[in-house]
Design a protein around this ligand. Structure first.
Ligand code: SAH
Ligand code: SF4
Ligand code: F3S
Length: 478
């Protein structure tokens, strides 16, 4: 029986999200329809993350649930993709024999062919090779057909990592650093723009190490070229490594208006000793110097970061240094994680592991401190008029907030705006008259239609209130 429906569950970073969307588009082109849950799907793909133990173990509990579904529908095809697939390979099938396809992040372009092959032979598919350029080329051809309603999209420009931080699995799961060609990236950005996207975030595990494999130009050049595209209003890039923040890339924040004043630049720790043990290849002073240079060219730049708490041998003094750094920089936003030992990485074998309760207490303290700075940053926007780019809400959220439209500030804060009165009342009366008409398919979508006029629109909003994670404001007439 030929499978007709699919469901993809995504875990992990934005690069996985990008891959999941592309896998979805490939399966649609292959004639399958997307469904909202695994219960109704003939093909289920878990696009997995291996970064911390919790993330990786979650896959096995989800596979346990899928086993029960597969008992009811034995024809269901189950695929495990992404970084757990790459890291564990055969082990996945040993632990969860219901899995039919295991494939790493660099082989997603072959998903339809893998599916056909599995259908034909019934043999488990195992694809753990690294043909990164092939993936890029295949996605470039596919992406022109990629249609989406949202205003913002991700665009992967670089994969893999050569840095080998001692805690991290990424160099093993995503392979060596590989950059995509500049012309392919620009073509994909044009395709996204033609599909209604005006806000593009360039992605890579070390996105600022991107270098065109043909011309040798770097990320600053690419950003300036993308900024030339009519219809593209906002550009961002993530995730960067401090070592690759070169002068040109700092300068581009000063001369490219479409590049948003927001940078995610992970530091991981505020202690030089720990940074060295992590093999980060940068010091705290180097990081602070980058910040100062960025602020010199773009005074309103907001900073975001990642922290690992309780890395092996982290002392109270090392931890205090992290807290001081947080206060010194005053991050607008940041992620923090307890150190999680990952199999095969050097730090996992370190004898001075920090006890779990110490890690938990330190993480709590760091998160409190980060939340304080985030709140302060959000409150500092009150009274300002910010250009807000309105976006479609995530599935499910739309029905809960009928009279609200939401968007993002240049600093990525979610901003909620009450629906303009006029439009809301017009919307109601139109709804009434539609209800009387015979056309049932129209009458439920009006709210959504009126709102969707805002999607992709960038409009000035006066910020009136700030919470921990979002802002509220009033739309100003231009
Ligand atoms: N390339 C990016 C990060 C990719 S992983 C960089 O260099 O910063 C995303 C984040 O996960 C990292 O920044 C780090 O903070 C966290 N992380 C990675 N490995 C981890 C581990 N073993 N335990 C806890 N957090 C980890
Ligand atoms: Fe992992 Fe370090 Fe590479 Fe980031 S730079 S992906 S943390 S090894
Ligand atoms: Fe996770 Fe792989 Fe991304 S390990 S964070 S999905 S690169």
């Amino acid at each position: 029986m030929k499978p007709e429906t699919f469901y993809i569950k995504n875990y992990g970073c934005q690069m996985n999200f990008y891959d999941s969307e592309r896998m979805g588009a490939l399966l649609q082109e292959h004639g399958l329809a997307e469904v909202a849950s695994a219960d109704a799907a003939d093909v289920v793909v878990l696009n997995t993350c291996h970064i911390r133990e919790k993330a990786a173990e979650k896959i096995y509990s989800d596979l346990g649930r899928l086993r029960r579904l597969k008992e009811k529908s034995p024809a269901m095809v189950i695929g495990v993709a992404g970084c757990v697939a790459q890291a564990e390979g055969q082990e996945i099938v040993r632990r969860a024999p219901i899995v039919n396809m295991v494939f790493g992040p660099q082989t997603i372009q072959d998903l339809p062919a893998m599916l056909d092959k599995y259908q034909e032979t019934g043999e488990t598919i195992m694809r753990l090779d690294f043909p990164a350029q092939e993936k890029f080329a295949a996605l470039a051809a596919q992406n022109k057909k990629f249609i989406t309603r949202r205003a913002a999209a991700y665009l992967t420009i670089q994969e893999g990592c050569d840095k080998f931080c001692t805690f991290c699995v990424v160099p093993y799961t995503r392979g060596q650093e590989v950059s995509r060609r500049r012309d392919e990236i620009i073509a994909e950005a044009q395709g996204l723009r033609d599909a209604g996207i005006c806000d593009i975030t360039l992605l890579g595990q070390n996105v600022n190490a991107w270098q065109c494999p043909i011309s040798g130009v770097g990320l600053a050049d690419l950003l300036r070229a993308l900024a030339q595209l009519d219809g593209i209003e906002r550009l961002r890039f993530t995730t960067s490594h401090p070592r690759d923040m070169n002068d040109d890339l700092i300068a581009v924040f000063g001369d490219c208006e479409k590049l948003m004043p927001y940078l995610h630049l992970p530091i991981q720790s505020g202690s030089d000793r720990i940074l060295q043990a992590m093999n980060r290849q940068h010091s705290v002073a180097h990081y602070l110097d980058i910040m100062q240079r960025l602020r010199a060219v773009r005074p309103d730049i907001a900073l975001s970061s990642d922290f690992i708490i309780g890395f092996p041998s982290e002392s109270d003094a090392d931890f205090e240094a992290t807290l001081s750094l947080i206060d010194e920089v005053g991050f607008a936003q940041a992620f923090s994680f307890k150190y999680s030992p990952r199999p095969g990485t050097p730090a996992a074998a370190h004898e001075a592991q920090v006890p779990e309760d110490v890690k938990a207490a330190r993480l709590g303290e760091v998160q409190k401190r980060l939340a304080h700075h985030q709140r302060r940053f959000n409150e500092a926007q009150i009274g300002r008029v910010l250009p807000i780019l309105f976006e479609a809400e995530h599935k499910g959220a739309a029905s809960k907030h009928k009279n609200q439209i939401s968007g993002r500030s240049p600093y990525l804060q979610p901003v909620h705006v009450a629906f303009p009165e006029d439009d809301a009342s017009k919307n109601k009366s139109e709804n009434k008259s539609e209800n009387k008409s015979e056309n049932k398919s129209e009458n439920t979508s009006l709210d959504e239609r009126t709102k969707s006029a805002f999607y992709g629109l960038c409009a000035p909003v006066l910020i009136e209130a700030a919470g921990d994670f979002s802002l509220r404001g009033r739309l100003l007439n231009e």
